[in-house]
Write a protein that binds this ligand. Sequence first.
Ligand code: ASP
Length: 425
Amino acid sequence: MGNKETQKSLGLTTKIFIALILGAMFGILLHYVVPSSHIKDDILVEGVLYIIGQGFIRLMKMLVVPLVFCSIVCGSMAIGDTKKLGTVGVRALIFYMATTSLAICVALAMGNLLNPGVGLDMSALTANATEMQTMEATSMTSTILNIIPDNPIGALATGNMLQIIVFALIIGIILAKLGEKTETVANFFSQFNDIMMEMTMMVMGLAPLGVFCLISRTFAGIGFSAFLPLAKYMLSVLLALFVQCFLVYLSLLKVFTGLNPFKFIKNFFPVMAFAFSTATSNATIPMSIDTLAAKMGVSKRISSFTVPLGATINMDGTAIMQGVAVVFAAQAFGITLTPADYVTVIGTATLASIGTAGIPSVGLVTLTMVFNAVGLPVEAIGLIMGIDRILDMTRTAVNITGDAVCTTIVAHQNNALDRKVFQNS
Ligand code: ASP
């Protein structure tokens, strides 16, 4: 899938970028040059631009439940196999979860440090838009109990992500346990997963149009004041990705394996560059396994399991984007997040990262789930979507570096790391 997808996604990247610039220019023109009138305000801005922009957001939302469900069933089917691999699976899982939670904390801290959404007032934009989703205050006991779906079909129908994830996890584990007996159903889910990935690609094909309409409506409403916050948002995400990659991963590598982290990054750089250019974790799996074996001395016995698992469930870069996006949107809409909200964000973004498929832009789709969990309006996603491509490419490079670092640590802990290979590389 590599080459074709690369060309397609690169073409799309350019188109989205052009749509962003044109949309911003058109919006600014509308804001500063065209006088207010029925045709401009009601037919163009609140009519055509609004319908197409919101239509695109609805298409994205349409993907979430089936995409997350299938991807978690397939992911946990792979985890189910870990029994065969014993401690490797458990260790990999612990590292994957821990690094993702750390990543979100880095992102939330960076967001609160740089305040990307301060100075941007988007609250007016939602006055006319879709309903603002606010979370009902629930007690601790019912929050815990609510994780267990009393009606899984109801959970799917209402989009209760936590319940959907629990149900999908159980199905995946059972499918792995029953093996050949349930091969047909297992195949069904992995094929349905392929269908959902294809559908995501198709919806993303409409992104240039969606981005144009969303951005121009935003700029028509708030003029130049949107520029600086967007630049600050980008900078916050990039800085947090940098911290995660060069501080968190490299310290973990040094502490747990004693390997020279800079040499590690130098050896792994070609894979990062490939991930950057494709924005697709999945496509880098073979290259990552090969590089880890040839240059770091990681046994394929370990990496052939942990790398695909990581590419499916471990998305630290994506979690970082989501953490910063939460802070950005909350500030832009003037919503104050409580400490409990932050805990919810850490939890849901970790789960969202598990449910994010390793293909371009899915992180934006699962971002809706994080926003819903803390009652943020999903309209903000339309704004950041315009500049997401470059962030998608960068976070994918971080996503797969996280997988590689965890894999190397787990290999070291399981005596499957040949240090001579690393030293001589
Ligand atoms: N493009 C990312 C990946 O493949 C997923 C995302 O964040 O959209 O790892």
